[in-house]
Design a protein around this ligand. Sequence first.
Ligand code: SF4
Ligand code: SF4
Length: 370
Amino acid sequence: MTPAEPLFFYRVDRETSTAARGVVGSGAAPARSRRTGFERRERDGSQLLRLSFQIAFVLLNVWIGARFYLFVRYFETGGQTLRVPRPPGVEGWLPIAGLMNLKYTLLTGDIPAVHPAALVLLVAFLAMSFVARKAFCAWLCPVGTLSEWLWQGGEALFGRTFAPPRWLDVALRSLKYVLLGLFAYAVATMPVEALRAFLESPYGLIADVKMLNFFRFLGTTGAIVIGALLLVSVVVKNAWCRYLCPYGALVGLVALASPLRIRREPEACIDCAKCARVCPSRLPVDRLVTVKSAECTACLACVDVCPAKGALAMTAPRRRVVPAWALAATLAVIFLGLVASARLTGHWQTPVPDAVYFELVPRANQFAHP
Ligand code: SF4
Ligand code: SF4
């Protein structure tokens, strides 16, 4: 780790055995040697599996969004349109409510009645990060998926993407931690009674409606900011996720405690550097033994592309290889298990009577942050 690399950006074990690469002495950069006669491996199919998870989650969110829009329209029109139940999964888009509920639950032992799904989904995504690194970002998050598709489109269009100089990249990556710090500070300094009062206020009850309305009635400033982010995302890999997403910062910090690591075996590696070239987080996988960075999203793109058998793998402690299907199954079990448990125990739906929604939803834009 160099002084310019804060711990949570690139916490890595540098390869220590220069002799393994045919380099004698110290101070010189390791010579790149291409080994011949290595045992070739085929691509492992992990990217197809990951893409299927991404598409499933995008479709799930489109379905949730469409149903929530119909739900809101029903109350906006005084009951003149199709009545659909409110999809609690929409609370996955309320991470601050999830953080508030997490603090409330930790301090009181009670799961709040308002937006319990926000808590359940936050816990699910944190649990995934603890077990399987930042896999939520690369396998499930629809914003991460959109980001990935945008830079892939840019690469197809321009033949490359662009990266800011290292000093600027490091500075920009700090922004998401600053944003996370601000949100965490706001939640941490709120007393338990204030958290409850906030969530049960008109603003808290229809925080999901206000979020929908933000995108439905996008103002000029909002449209310019979102348009700029989309454009930048075409030419800079994962610009939003890498520099600004506080959710990504949070799951990245939790991922530092994950026992899973991308591990390179120097004896089997042929120094082709394909792993580093394909890494969307621009990690120097070909120069590390284990990848511990908070930026690693467990996308397995590096493992998929590695041509040398036994050179690169996602590993658990004691170097046990974790195949892509096992990682995917772990994510599915955590997600489906926690959602099913919440449904069975009555901690999934927010029980707000229709009369309250008829009162609040049409006036949603009148309620300001308390
Ligand atoms: S390519 Fe490898 S090192 Fe880079 S983010 Fe994906 S899994 Fe991590
Ligand atoms: S892809 Fe990376 S780990 Fe695999 S052989 Fe090439 S440099 Fe080594």
